[in-house]
Design a binder for this molecule. Structure first.
Ligand code: F6P
Length: 321
């Protein structure tokens, strides 16, 4: 068993040696991993003394309620990144960048605690991250500039899906506090018969989305000629993990509700990092028309419609393929 173990630090060392990532990038990812171990441990203790799903009364920069675990995760990540000499930390929980090291050449963008409405329901939550180059000028870059991205999912297993631009690897936190590579070739199947969307918003959808979903719901006797299953975890990390594991299409489209003209998810903190992983695993990610990784944000907290997953389905909806 021991000789087959391949830990996150070994993997990063190998990727650095092959020129896929710098030593600064490796240090940043290892720092995020150390923060994630603490966040996972904290979330397991929810309700035992501390109520981590408690609403603190404030709102984050996106206008979402802040829960105790959102704030704790954000602080743990900042603390960990201070030891990694990255230039700046961009957090979904904060208005602007936290400048860290004058000598740093990397930005780390994070959604510290994705899916926080699930904290008290014992369902999977996670931390999403993106590494970008920083030359002292702009913080706003297209997703294609990412050096690495990934997410930790705190569920029955604590896992990490990671890309440094050389495919996607899956790691699982073992009993000794190390991330160990999983025996799993991460690749999103091209075809699928599973979709994920919050169907309670169907009356607000645009026609293209309504027509597409009604074709799926029509099943075997409908235009698609097969039955589709639906899943919606309400945590992007949980829905994404499932799609990396067995395929599927995820949709958080724009809709006609006030404030949802650009969907709900954030470009820098959620869509860019997930799209980088998705493409590296053979899937595709669009905002409906444009490839997510080609979009340059106008501001850090910009929202974007997000449709990703198995290419046959995403292409059918977004490119009319
Ligand atoms: O980050 C926001 C988030 O919690 C995602 O994790 C999730 O996919 C989505 O919102 C769920 O939104 P809704 O509650 O509208 O279904």
């Amino acid at each position: 068993m021991a000789e087959t173990a391949f830990f996150l630090s070994d993997y990063l060392g190998q990727q650095e040696f092959e020129g896929h990532i710098s030593s600064e990038g490796c240090r940043a990812i290892l720092s995020l991993a150390s923060a994630s171990v603490k966040i996972a441990a904290l979330s397991r203790q929810n309700g035992l003394g501390e109520h981590l799903g408690a609403v603190l009364g404030g709102e984050n920069a996106d206008g979402d309620e802040q829960k105790a675990l959102d704030v704790a995760a954000d602080e743990l990540i900042e603390e960990a990144l201070r030891t990694a000499s990255v230039a700046a930390y961009l957090s979904e929980e904060r208005e602007g960048a936290v400048m860290l090291s004058d000598k740093g050449t990397l930005l780390v963008a994070c959604d510290p605690l994705d899916g926080s409405s699930n904290i008290d329901t014992n369902l999977t939550v996670g931390t999403i991250f993106s590494l970008l180059p920083f030359d002292g000028s702009t913080l706003l870059m297209p997703g294609d500039m990412q050096i690495a991205s990934g997410f930790f999912a705190y569920g029955p297993q604590t896992t990490l899906l990671l890309t440094v631009g050389n495919g996607v690897e899956a790691f699982c936190l073992d009993g000794t506090g190390d991330y160990r590579r999983m025996d799993w070739q991460v690749a999103i199947p091209r075809t699928t018969s599973e979709f994920a969307i919050n169907a309670s918003n169907s009356r607000h959808w645009q026609t293209a989305v309504s027509d597409y979903i009604s074709d799926l719901l029509a099943g075997k006797t409908g235009p698609r000629g097969k039955n589709f299953n639906m899943r919606w975890a309400g945590s992007l990390v949980a829905d994404a993990f499932r799609i990396f594991r067995r395929g599927g299409i995820f949709l958080y489209p724009s809709d006609q509700r006030d404030g949802y003209e650009q969907g709900r998810l954030r470009l820098v903190y959620e869509a860019h990092p997930i799209a980088f992983l998705v493409e590296q695993a053979g899937g595709v990610a669009y905002d409906g028309q444009i490839r997510i990784l080609e979009i340059t944000p106008d501001e850090l907290h910009q929202r974007v419609p997000l449709i990703f997953g198995s290419s046959d389905e995403v292409d059918l909806l977004c490119k009319g393929a």
